[in-house]
Design a protein around this ligand. Structure first.
Ligand code: PLP
Length: 765
């Protein structure tokens, strides 16, 4: 690996925004200090400002071939989009014929600024037209037949030149032919934000009516943009006032923004003397990055074709990894990329890739890597090195296999691991001494991850068990058992037939050994007739005090009891199962459920009784079986059947309110650490994120003294610290969101002195 993989940030998110190019920043600074006049002033300072403004406009007009069309400066593309849409719709409204059906068309992969503005303005203008998305094919190309069919009745059509997520560009000539052959007069807006500097544009040679642009996508500052308006297109000022921009867009002009744009336009007009690379060079950079990504993640899939997308965008997915996981990985490696659409980072899947009809997993795991034309070979090399480093961190933490490193110094896995697929949980218990493992409630989507973990840690599963026949999802058990336990005889839930029989409290139970631990099976019917609970204990004669974990399936969930309205459910049986469970394991054993709808990780009967009055009343002996049955039926009747795409298995989901948590910011935490050695820092990021930060030499005062407890190992950590619930644990992560969730979960379980670093490392370095 070359020396370039050092700690510096590698910014590969140019489609979201770009840094201001130093030459542009310098020009903006000069405008602020020297050419700061108001272009409307008639004195020399004002005239100089006006001159700069007009020079910038002139360069833009030449660059974009605007001919007789207008070019108006705006605050950015969103304003340009409003301006174009408002102008088009106001005019179109004048010609609406009563009783006729109209539509407004936009591309299904358009930036949300477009459909949201269409809806907003057509509502405000009282236009009764159906706003229709034009479908795209799986390459992202607009459906021309759809347009040909729909455009005759359209008031306006909005398309984009280049997509911000995939870089896919449209064949504007072809599109124009289709539109104009079927409607010569429809107002046509083309969002050109991502095309500037990446695609040739000669606007006056087209019949595009409105073309908005943005400065911050191409090395100018935020807050400056512009819009082209065809000379024949109607126009209504979006901002009225002092009459600037010839009355077309009022407000004192953004001179520093013009100065920066002016430099960018100059470079685009004279590429030979600019720091912008040619299209061929940019394509070579993309190929190099794609090869590096493929070497690092051999199973990578690119979500778009490189043949119809600009060279500066790569959108990909890696099987088995969500985009959140990949984002966390890249961020820890100090590489900035984006997931789904950067414009709404909470969205976990990409509507663009969904519109292209890509498989759900590709949309859920999508990562966009984008750069600008000022990218250099040195930066590309550094990015490739860093990508490799990020991938090695994944192999080190056993999330990806690397044959060459099978016997390296991976931290041996010992104890409980909680894996998740949506709100469902799979539990793996690894016994390092015997190199054996138990797998409980395996989800099919985690099959590859489980296999990788087992192989990487060289663990042999001795049992793969479901706690019940799951109604909401198919179990991954059979596929895993076929690979790992081909010859084991077991029942329909995977419980081995060779298990030992034991007598406990007069009852016959079954158990299997895992090193020094025993896994005891207890039938706990209710949610389903075949529900079991699995108690992992060090001493079968003292289950109450020695059970480390009780895998209770859907019998007791965090904030709820398993629903009992399936055909094979029985709430009477659940009543007895709950009592029996308490009798065996007491109220303080950690329960490991097969769902976790509220990010609470684990619970105990005691913690549940405090917020679940039905469970409370059962365990306190305050209600009879029939009272339980009737109250439970009421709860089940009010069950919200589906959350997103998941069927809810819990029958009582209210009152999962979040606790207030003590917060530190970077300064107060530093102070606290300086004053007291009692504070214990827990970094809850995944091991690969933690390792990357350390290997890049990016420790801060916080990271260097922390221990790493990833969320997948949290329940093990909680179990090991049951006797130490009063220490001050301060949880830290990348952005402060995971640490808050974990802090809330721990506080609920009685850790009384929990705090977290608000804003995470992101705000502390
Ligand atoms: N259109 C596209 C394709 C974009 O990528 C963006 C920004 O992400 C916008 C419009 C909005 O631009 P601005 O941030 O200048 O308002």
């Amino acid at each position: 690996m070359s020396q370039t993989a050092s700690l510096s940030q590698i910014y590969l998110d140019a489609n979201a925004t770009t840094p201001v190019l130093p030459q542009a920043a310098q020009a903006a600074m000069t405008a602020m200090k020297e050419i700061f006049g108001n272009p409307s002033s008639s004195h020399i300072t004002g005239l100089q400002a006006k001159n700069l403004m007009e020079q910038t406009r002139q360069r833009a007009k030449v660059l974009l071939g605007t001919g007789k069309g207008k070019l108006i400066f705006t605050s950015g593309a969103t304003e340009g989009i409003q301006t174009g849409i408002l102008s088009g719709l106001i005019k179109a409204r004048e010609n609406i014929e009563p009783g006729k059906q109209y539509s407004i068309l936009y591309g299904a992969t358009e930036h949300k600024a477009v459909p949201n503005s269409l809806e907003h303005w057509s509502n405000i203008l009282g236009i009764d037209a159906e706003i229709k998305a034009i479908p795209v094919d799986n390459l992202g190309n607009l459906d021309l037949e759809f347009i040909a069919r729909e455009v005759p009745n359209a008031l306006m059509i909005c398309t984009m030149a280049v997509n911000n997520e995939t870089g896919v560009y449209q064949d504007l000539k072809q599109l124009e032919l289709t539109i104009r052959n079927h409607n010569a007069d429809v107002f046509w807006l083309v969002d050109c934000v991502q095309a500037l500097g990446k695609r040739p544009l000669k606007l006056s040679e087209t019949s595009i009516d409105y073309a908005p642009f943005s400065g911050h996508k191409l090395y100018a500052p935020k807050g400056i943009g512009f819009i082209y308006i065809r000379d024949s297109a109607p126009f209504t000022p979006f901002i009225a006032g002092g009459g600037q921009e010839g009355g077309l867009r009022s407000g004192t002009e953004n001179l520093p923004g013009f100065a920066a744009l002016n430099v960018i336009f100059e470079m685009l007009l004279d590429q030979k003397n600019s720091c912008f690379s040619t299209a061929e060079t940019l394509e070579q950079y993309r190929q190099q990055l794609a090869s590096s990504l493929t070497a690092a993640f051999p199973e990578i899939v690119f979500n778009h074709s490189f043949k119809n997308s600009v060279a500066t965008t790569l959108n990909f997915a890696v099987p088995g990894f969500s985009s959140k996981e990949l984002m966390d990985l890249f961020d820890a490696a100090n590489i900035r990329v984006s997931s789904g659409s950067a414009c709404s980072s909470k969205v976990t899947r990409s509507f663009v890739l969904d519109a292209m009809g890509l498989p759900a997993w590709q949309s859920e795991s999508a990562i966009r890597l984008s750069f600008g034309p000022a990218m250099t070979q040195t930066e590309v090399d550094a990015a490739c090195d860093r990508i490799q480093l990020a991938a090695s961190a994944l192999t080190h933490s056993c999330l990806m296999l690397d044959d060459t490193q099978l016997n390296d110094d991976k931290t041996p896995l010992d104890g409980l691991v909680q894996l998740r697929g949506g709100a469902s949980c799979t539990w793996i218990y690894a016994d390092q001494q015997t190199k054996q493992a138990l797998i409980i409630d395996p989800l099919p989507e985690l099959e590859q991850r489980i296999n990788t973990l087992l192989e990487c840690q060289q663990l042999a599963p001795i049992a793969i068990i479901d706690t019940h026949g799951h109604a909401d999802h198919i179990s991954g058990r059979v596929a895993l058992a076929q690979k790992h336990l081909k010859h084991q005889q077991c029942d329909h839930l995977g419980w081995p037939k060779s298990s030992e029989q034991i007598q406990l409290d007069g009852a016959q139970l079954h158990m299997i050994k895992l090193g020094e631990l025993s896994l005891v099976k207890v039938t706990s019917p209710g949610h389903t007739d075949d529900s079991i609970s699995l108690l992992l204990t060090t001493d079968i004669t003292k289950l109450k005090s020695t059970t480390r974990f009780a895998f209770c399936g859907d019998t007791v969930l965090m904030g709820s009891l398993g629903r009992t309205n399936f055909d094979s459910s029985s709430s009477s049986k659940m009543f007895h199962s709950l009592k029996r469970l308490e009798q065996l394991i007491g109220r303080n054993t950690l329960l490991c459920a097969s769902h976790d709808y509220n990010n609470e990780f684990t619970t105990t009967l005691m913690a549940e009784m405090m917020r679940n009055s039905l469970l409370h009343d059962v365990l306190k002996g305050q209600i009879t079986e029939s009272q339980f049955v009737s109250r439970k039926a009421n709860l089940d009747a009010n069950l919200n059947d589906e959350v997103g795409t998941e069927i809810m298995c819990g029958a009582y989901t209210s009152d999962c309110h979040k606790l207030a948590i003590k917060e530190y910011d970077a300064t107060s935490l530093k102070q606290e650490l300086g004053q007291s050695n009692k504070v214990k820092l827990v970094d809850i990021r995944e091991p690969h994120e933690y390792a990357l930060q350390h290997s890049l030499g990016m420790e801060t005062a916080e990271t260097s003294s922390s221990i790493n407890v990833p969320m997948t190992r949290l329940v093990q950590f909680i179990q090991e610290h049951q006797a130490d619930k009063t220490s001050e644990w301060v949880l830290v992560c990348r952005s402060g969101s995971r640490s808050l969730v974990v802090a809330q979960a721990m506080q609920r379980l009685g850790f009384s002195n929990i705090a977290h670093l608000k804003g995470g490392y992101a705000l502390s370095s």
